[in-house]
Design a protein around this ligand. Structure first.
Ligand code: PEP
Length: 253
């Protein structure tokens, strides 16, 4: 039985004053039926982890370097994130693949580093609109999965997030059928590679314009184990209805 996960990606948003939101979140969802994770920008990770210590809210980061230490100005390693109190790290987000030219090979190296540091790697995959329109979605996702996920992946240390690039921050979402097709495909690929037990234990998140109004419908789709949420994770009033919809789905399933 996979425990459901609601993960928030704050991207490059948030100052120390915004950490007050975490107090609201932890108070509202103590003893929650699903796992909760917030990934603030790097300067807030340590303070966020301190603010959420002993609560249901875990803290993650948004990227790491594949090496543990060295001459890499401006970069942060996985052991540094763990030392700051993070328990997870988002890797291969489409904004990093696009803005920083990150390849799936690099994402795999980063995921290996995350695993070695004891972090959960949330590995993102997703097609562009052009790729979907050309009916290449499953080929693209299949290639990203093979190259981005390291052999060290298990249900304990890895989460896969399906995030169609065209749905991120746009207000557009795929139909339930489109989400289900991709999630079922990812599950089958994971089972083929890691065996039935291993492949079934890795959680699959959907990401792309999830909000309170569409969350229940998305969470009812097969093989959707939760969501990676951008804009709607910045305010407790927006994120809480998504968490509640996921908790309702967890209780019903
Ligand atoms: C994201 O950044 O991972 C994301 C899904 O963003 P949004 O929810 O804003 O579309």
């Amino acid at each position: 039985m996979r425990r459901k996960l609601a993960a928030g990606n704050w991207k490059m948003n948030g100052l120390r004053a915004d950490l007050a939101m975490l107090e609201t979140l932890r108070a509202a969802h103590e003893g929650c039926a699903v796992d909760l994770l917030i990934c603030p920008p790097l300067p807030l990770v340590a303070a966020a982890a301190e603010a959420c210590a002993g609560s249901a809210v875990a803290i993650g980061a948004q990227d790491c370097h594949p090496e543990d230490a060295g001459a890499h100005t401006g970069d942060t390693s996985a052991p540094m994130l763990a030392d700051a109190g993070a328990s997870a790290v988002i890797l291969g987000h489409s904004e990093r693949r696009a803005d920083h030219g990150e390849t799936s090979d690099l994402v795999r190296a980063k995921a290996q580093a995350a695993h070695a540091a004891g972090l959960v790697a949330i590995i993102c995959v997703g097609e562009s609109l052009e790729q979907r329109e050309a009916q290449n979605t499953l080929d693209i996702i299949g290639g990203q999965l093979s190259a981005s996920i390291p052999d060290t992946a298990t249900g304990e240390n890895t989460v896969v997030a399906y995030e169609p690039c065209w749905a991120i921050g746009t207000g557009l979402t795929p139909t339930s059928e489109q989400i289900g097709d991709v999630h079922d495909f990812i599950r089958a690929r994971l089972e083929r590679r890691f065996g039935a037990g291993g492949g079934r234990s890795i959680r699959l998140l959907y990401g792309g314009s999830v909000k309170g109004a569409n969350a229940a419908e998305i969470f009812a789709v097969s093989n959707v184990d939760g969501a990676l949420v951008g804009g709607a994770s910045l305010k407790a009033d927006d994120f809480s209805p998504i968490i509640n919809a996921l908790a309702d789905e967890a209780k019903a399933s």
